[in-house]
Design a binder for this molecule. Sequence first.
Ligand SMILES: Nc1ncnc2c1ncn2[C@@H]1O[C@H](COP(=O)(O)OP(=O)(O)OP(=O)(O)O)[C@@H](O)[C@H]1O
Ligand SMILES: [Mg+2]
Length: 403
Amino acid sequence: MSRIIVFTGKGGVGKTSIISAHALRAARSGLNTLLVSADMAHNLGDVFEMETGGGRVQAAPHLTILELDPGRIMREHYPDLNRSMMEMLGGSLTRAADKVDSSFMIPGFEDLFMLLGIRDLYESGEYDLILVDCAPSGETLSLLKLPELLEWYMEKFFPVGRFMTRALAPVTNALYKVKLPDEAAMDQVSLMHRSLVALQDLLKNPQVTSVRLVTLPEKMVLEETKRTYMYLNLYGYHVDRVFINRVLPPQTGNSFMEEWRRIQSRYIEETESVFRHIPVTRIPWYPKEIKGIQAVELLSKELPDNEVLFASPASLQSEDSSCGGAETYEVTENGYRLRLSIPGADHVSATLCDRDLDIRVGTVLRKIPLPNVLYGAQIVSTALQDGMFLVDFSAPAAHKALR
Ligand SMILES: Nc1ncnc2c1ncn2[C@@H]1O[C@H](COP(=O)(O)OP(=O)(O)OP(=O)(O)O)[C@@H](O)[C@H]1O
Ligand SMILES: [Mg+2]
């Protein structure tokens, strides 16, 4: 089965350099590799020192690079979808905003087409490995939570797959002041809904997709890396490796650099301790930029062996690993329990909001639609245990009778 590996991290930490090294290593080992940039400030062309504008470019044997253009994917592959979605979202978002809290406003809807483009490339079956170079962490999180957010939105405001459009149109109109699409557009909405579900199945499937974080041995960067890791887990993404880039060599023979090395050691130790459940790889600081195939090749020598670098992420998970994976539910003596892995979080809250469970971590809110079985249930208690957030629900009255 082919793999997708997504790279993210704070701006300028070395994401593009390290992903390029992965790409070259994979291609040299004979894997048909596609390196895509989902960062609108594309610079794969700079690293490989070639013209990349427009479409796929062969950078080396078995290695194709592509700088994604969401506008182009939208125009060329999803013209109808875009038109009907824009009509509905544009018309309803602002008017519906008074019905719900503002936390679900949709940032960068167009970027969704980047993800759809990646899914299409995956489904084409042309590549053994797809490497995705992302924009800095904040934007990557917005991008990766987009499919779930949009799915939530569509299910809330459009009777996707649940009711007949025509039967509900007048009711919905009155209730939400949303312009319901006509039948043809509704087909597009259903199609989009199915695409969003499929996209999440792909991106949150740890057998297929994993995320790699690039960090530096510095306080601010490490703090952002921890937050990114936590939020990725909150949304059910599987992080399978962390790279600490720009590690100074052991002997510099220079007191200024020695002081920096001492500072770096402290943060390297902290990074390895925080991420003890996942492999951490150190990458040295080179005396020159990573530009051109030779420089990328040099960097690729620092990566672990191919068997671990490109193995299925799930097969690498250690037994005590508490990272990654979507939420799960289990039956308990008095009701149900939701388990969600959010390693590194120290303040998590859960509240019921209509038919959603709102989980807040720091400034981030994730709305998890409750399964039918939990409609009418109440939250009895919550707990945070070793990076696992637990929410205990009472069984709804109707279910108690059946037990
Ligand atoms: N280990 C290293 N040693 C020396 N230079 C490095 C190293 N890693 C990256 N660089 C250089 O640092 C700069 C930033 O690297 P890169 O473009 O890979 O970062 P990025 O995280 O992709 O940045 P952005 O957030 O802007 O996309 C580049 O000039 C690159 O050549
Ligand atoms: Mg970059």
